[in-house]
Design a protein around this ligand. Structure first.
Ligand code: PEP
Ligand code: MG
Length: 593
């Protein structure tokens, strides 16, 4: 071992739980010097061809990775690579560069790099998080293309030694896509938001990941093992023998727990005192249906229809949508399927022609607002969902409703869609249950009014937290403020549940917090009867439910509702959780610091 000999503990943000012990592997992307060469005129077409081939090779690599991710069940991650494929089709990367190679007579890597630098300068001035995320995507693709143009082989995480702990300033999604859970022990980055694409990929693959760690000087520890504890966001450099043996035991226990969770698929999601919870899944792709069956989910609590239908960048016809919904509904064999109407705009699917340019898209024309404006497309979707309802237990969910007029207008389009289907003599179920997402504070505060006009409510904490606390859910710098444990958010959840009860309608919760087992007792104690989580998290949450005592959970909720800060709430949740599981290590989904 060279350099430092003392044990050093670094803290960061826990993104994906798990414990890894391995050798550090510093993943750097050295700034390579790109030569500027003058290409003879007679060879310029060959140079253009060389560039085209680099694009083609990059495309087939991304296609391959995409398929790999899909097979591994990392569906959301695969969708990110769809965005990369989309960028590769952009004329800015194809025709414009080819023209410039011809006009400047310079080598393609030089032209490509110069154009990228220009874009980067322009992007730097943009503060919109969506566009900044696109810059990351662009840089990711650029590295791949440059790797093809240069004779040197692009370095990839596939080449990292077995069980290495990868330290990187920043990882782009395709780096993580290449990371194999069996090969890479853990990821540690200096940058990275909890909801970044890379975080989604790591979670989907189950690779322990700690972000926002200041690890300068880690090179001094080469040769010594490193411990990563993704449950609490800790990285231990140069651990003592005592720490190492403690963590070896903890790691084994953790793996045993994961196996036990997976084996619990057939058990009922009920508390120790027999209280039944409805545990359903959020899905974006058809392949996730299999996971729901494997893990014994009670249904689909949130079908994000935009991912299923709009990934190709065009609006499918009624018939195409009907086939997509029907396939899922039939596969669920009578279990409930809650289909949410398109939730686009904001940071999602902005490339669609119906989504306009806006100064502040998160506060603009997104979700139900957009579909009410685009009412023909809305009715097309409603007709497809209604027809699919004939094949199972379909329920309809409207996203981001902010007040009664929107709900009434949406219902009037539903009535029109029904009338058109009657006229066409199509089969569908009358009076399918209608639900609304509660994601905007105005809807939460007036949910007594809304509850009279719908059949169920689903709390979308991902957005509710951002709108309630005025914190962009993707803003890394503000991430310390983004927490569902804030007393304001908890009071809103309590209020929504009470109004649901008073009006006799069920309330579910489908934001990411539903997948964090340390929140399970609190949510049940607040009266939430249905939790809808990423399919991969079903066993973990089921186990947390089965460890909960509903009477104690109710007391916990009462106590927590009297607290003044998110920090106090988090401390209480952690303490309660530790008592309940008696020192077991239950992975979290990265929501607690
Ligand atoms: C939410 O906002 O909590 C939610 C489930 O919707 P999405 O994450 O799709 O915005
Ligand atoms: Mg939402």
């Amino acid at each position: 071992m060279k350099g430092e000999s003392r044990e050093i503990r670094l803290r960061g943000a826990p993104i994906c739980a798990g414990i890894a012990i391995g050798d550090p592997f510093v993943y750097t992307c050295p700034e390579e010097v790109i030569p500027e060469l003058l290409i003879p005129l007679e060879e310029i077409e060959r140079e253009v061809l060389r560039y085209r081939q680099a694009i083609e090779k990059s495309r087939s690599e991304i296609n391959y990775l995409r398929g790999k991710l899909e097979n591994e069940g990392a569906i959301e991650a695969a969708a990110i690579l769809d965005a990369h494929l989309e960028i590769l089709r952009d004329p800015m990367l194809t025709e414009a560069i080819e023209r410039k190679i011809r006009s400047t007579q310079k080598n393609s890597e030089y032209v490509f790099q110069t154009c990228l630098n220009d874009y980067a300068v322009r992007f730097q001035e943009v503060t919109d998080p969506y566009f900044r995320e696109r810059l990351n995507d662009l840089n990711d693709i650029a590295r791949r293309i440059l790797g093809k143009l240069r004779s040197t082989v692009r370095f990839s995480l596939l080449e990292a030694p077995h069980q290495s702990i990868v330290f990187a300033r920043e990882l782009v999604p395709s780096d993580t896509a290449e990371a194999d859970a069996g090969r890479i022990g853990a990821l540690v980055t200096q940058m990275g938001g909890d909801t970044s694409h890379t975080a989604i990929v790591a979670k989907a693959k189950g690779i322990p990941y700690v972000a926002r760690v200041d690890f300068r000087g880690v090179g001094n520890f080469t040769g010594a093992p490193v411990i990563v504890d993704g449950r609490i966001g800790e990285v231990i450099l140069n651990p003592s023998e005592r720490t190492l043996s403690k963590y070896r035991v903890l790691q084994q226990e953790h793996e045993q727990h994961l196996r036990r969770f997976a084996e619990q698929g057939h058990l009922r999601p009920e508390t120790v005192d027999g209280y039944q919870v409805h545990l359903t899944a959020n899905i974006e792709m058809y392949q996730e249906v299999e996971l729901i069956q494997r893990y014994g989910g009670s249904g689909i609590g949130l079908l994000r229809s935009e991912y299923l239908c709009l990934s190709g960048g065009v609006m499918p016809s009624e018939e195409e949508q009907y086939r997509i919904y029907r396939r899922i509904v039939e596969s669920m064999r009578g279990k409930p399927v809650v289909i949410r109407t398109f939730d686009v705009g904001g940071d999602k699917f902005r490339e669609l022609p119906i989504v306009g340019e806006e100064e502040n898209p998160f506060l603009g024309c997104r979700a139900i607002r957009l579909m009410l404006k685009e009412h023909e497309a809305f009715k097309t979707q409603l007709k497809a969902i209604l027809r699919a309802s004939f094949h199972g237990d379909v329920r309809l969910l409207f996203p981001m409703v902010s007040g009664l007029p929107e709900l009434l207008e949406a219902k009037s389009y539903l009535a029109e869609a029904e009338a058109e289907l009657v006229e066409r003599k199509e089969k569908f179920r009358k009076n399918i249950p209608i639900g609304i997402m509660i994601e905007v504070p105005s809807a939460a505060i007036t949910c007594d009014i809304l509850a009279r006009e719908c059949d169920f409510m689903s709390i979308g904490t991902n957005d509710l937290v951002q709108y309630c606390l005025a914190v962009d859910r993707d803003n890394k710098a503000m991430s310390y403020l983004y927490t569902p444990a804030h007393p304001a958010v908890l009071r809103l959840i309590k209020m929504i549940v009470s109004e649901g009860n008073r009006n006799g309608i069920p309330v579910s919760l489908c934001g990411e917090v539903a997948a964090d087992p340390r929140f399970t007792a609190l949510l049940l104690g607040l009266g939430v009867h249905e939790l809808s989580v990423i399919a991969r998290y079903l066993p973990i949450v089921k186990s947390a439910i089965r460890n909960t005592n509903i009477v104690q959970a109710t007391h916990l909720a009462e106590r927590v509702l009297g607290m003044s800060t998110a920090m106090d709430v988090l401390d209480a949740l952690i303490a309660h959780h530790q008592e309940t599981v008696q020192g077991q290590m239950i992975p979290n989904s990265g929501l607690l610091p």
